[in-house]
Write a protein that binds this ligand. Structure first.
Ligand code: PNS
Length: 164
């Protein structure tokens, strides 16, 4: 049986912290699906299509990664693609409470899908898409926090006068 994992998230935009988790998941599974949440109630900086294109670009070196989007419940999406695991990164104790709640309800809804947590690499423990956007919006360098393609995409967005 093919071992498939889903790495879900908003990825607005993908950071080096996300990429580290995705890279570390690839030797464990036959296929890793990076799944972008299409959440119509949020106003993201990058559209779902833009986020998917950027993730595709920065995961090009990972042959068993594919990029997709989903809406609705994550466990339903995972089941629809034949995934048996959801992989999430844990940065700090502060992430734990929310992640445990979500993992518990997901398990209750579908006990065939396991949630696996990976500790975020120490160097990325402070990193989030929000903090990267905040820094980039005010012209600070985000080199080393996101891949170069994302730095460029952020520069372009904010050069267009984007305020998010
Ligand atoms: O990158 P994020 O924003 O922390 O990712 C959160 C995500 C997408 C994993 C989570 O919001 C999610 O799974 N949303 C889909 C709806 C769902 O299944 N919610 C949990 C059970 S109610």
């Amino acid at each position: 049986m093919k071992r498939i994992a889903v790495c879900p998230g908003s990825f607005d935009p993908i950071t080096n912290g996300h990429l580290d988790i995705i890279e570390r998941a690839t030797p464990i599974f036959d296929e890793v699906i990076v799944a972008v949440l299409n959440n119509s109630s949020k106003k993201p900086l990058f559209s779902v299509a833009e986020r998917m294109a950027l993730i595709t670009e920065v995961t090009e070196h990972l042959p068993n990664v594919r990029v997709d989007s989903f809406d609705g419940l994550l466990v339903d999406y995972a089941a629809s693609v034949g995934a048996t695991a959801i992989v999430r990164g844990l940065r700090a104790v502060s992430d734990f409470e929310y992640e445990m709640q979500v993992a518990s309800i997901n398990k209750k809804m579908n006990d065939q899908v396991e949630t696996l947590f990976m500790m975020t690499n120490n160097q990325y423990s402070f990193l989030s898409s929000s903090i990267v956007k905040e820094a980039a919006k005010y012209g600070a360098s985000v080199a080393g926090l996101v891949p170069p393609a994302i730095e460029e995409a952020l520069r372009e967005k904010y050069a267009q006068g984007e305020l998010r």
